[in-house]
Design a protein around this ligand. Structure first.
Ligand code: 13P
Ligand code: SF4
Length: 323
């Protein structure tokens, strides 16, 4: 009899000294069934950097696998679905950044982690939704070109005196949330806390009890006494938190990222068994080295910033599985 899919994946992962990283937007079978670590993009990037596994299976989208490869060039990084993209990452190219550099020679170039290695290589420093403000504040320049999310740029403008030059990238999930939907939910559930991802439009962020990244939301739920939460983000996070906090209610609409949802257990098994060449992340070395510099700069600047001590910024949640 064939072992269930999850058992076969776990046996293979342990036999190959592979670590499976699951972004919080994965479905619960991937997240709780097979992932060694689950978390936000910053937490998982750090785990990818620090792991002594030989192989990293990144259950997430392409830019996340590239980030893992940038940080761990000696390891094999595998993507269960190499066509899982991201509307933000695809909004901008390295050539676009070079053009903007000519237009804004005196600005710091900060790019969101949801960008390709090629774009990171052209920027001074990377940031995530958990540390975007800290990074913008920490760079010495007064003028900052923030790439590529137009809504994150607008949300940052409200929090800093720095001049923020934006770009026209958008997340196809978070741009769909509206003020009217949130107000209707608030009326129906007056005691609920509203947690909004900063990739959302400003008028949605304005109604939030917390605006931040997925790690900030997990942290908020963990610390809060409230019973009901509306998570204004991809619905994988609500599914994750329903499992981790069974005594709390997670309400609201379910909006799925079609890219994240391409990752399925059968693809995780296949990539561990016999990866196709397109599932193995490779990067030109000069691009990798320059992108690495921009990510290391993020780690340096967040280590200096006071909020870098928040636990969700340092690691994801782990389930030891191989011993
Ligand atoms: P986090 O950085 O909050 O994990 O989010 C990643 C992402 O893709 C948001 O849509
Ligand atoms: Fe990209 Fe948005 Fe999907 Fe996140 S939810 S991977 S930002 S398209």
């Amino acid at each position: 009899m064939l072992a269930p899919l999850t058992l076969r994946i776990r046996e293979l992962a342990c036999a190959k000294n592979a670590v499976i990283l699951g972004h919080s937007y994965m479905t619960p079978d991937v997240l709780f069934g097979v992932s060694d670590h689950r978390g936000d993009s910053l937490g998982l990037s750090k785990i990818a950097r620090d792991t002594d596994a030989d192989v990293i299976v990144f259950c997430g989208v392409r830019f996340m696998g590239e980030t893992a490869k940038i940080l761990s060039p000696g390891k094999t990084v595998l993507l269960p679905d190499p066509d899982a993209g991201c509307s933000l990452s695809e909004a901008i190219t390295g050539a676009d950044v070079r053009r903007l550099r000519v237009e804004h020679p005196d600005a710091a170039f900060v790019c969101y982690v949801n960008t390709s290695a090629e774009v990171k290589a052209e920027c001074d420093v990377v940031c995530t939704s958990a540390n975007a403000l800290a990074i913008v504040q920490a760079v010495p320049q007064q003028k900052v070109v923030f790439l590529p999310d137009r809504y994150m740029a607008a949300n940052l403008r409200a929090l800093t005196t720095k001049e923020i030059i934006g770009y026209d990238g958008r997340c196809i999930v978070h741009e769909t949330f509206s003020k009217d939907t949130l107000m209707a939910w608030r009326r129906a559930h007056p005691g609920a806390r509203i947690l909004v991802h900063t990739e959302s439009p400003e008028e949605v962020v304005a109604l939030a009890d917390l605006a931040g990244g997925t790690g900030d939301m997990v942290d908020y739920v963990r610390r809060s006494d409230a019973r009901e939460f509306m998570l204004v983000t991809e619905c994988g996070l609500s599914e994750r938190l329903k499992v981790e906090f069974p005594d709390r209610q997670f309400i609201g609409t379910c909006t799925m990222c079609p890219h994240m949802k391409r990752v399925e257990l059968r693809k995780v098994l296949q990539v561990l068994e016999a990866p196709r060449p397109d599932q193995v992340v490779t990067l030109p070395e000069d691009v990798r080295v320059r992108a690495h510099k921009a990510i290391e700069r993020m780690f340096e600047l967040t280590a200096k910033a006071a909020d870098a001590t928040r636990p969700h910024s340092n690691a994801g949640e782990s389930t030891p599985r191989c011993d």
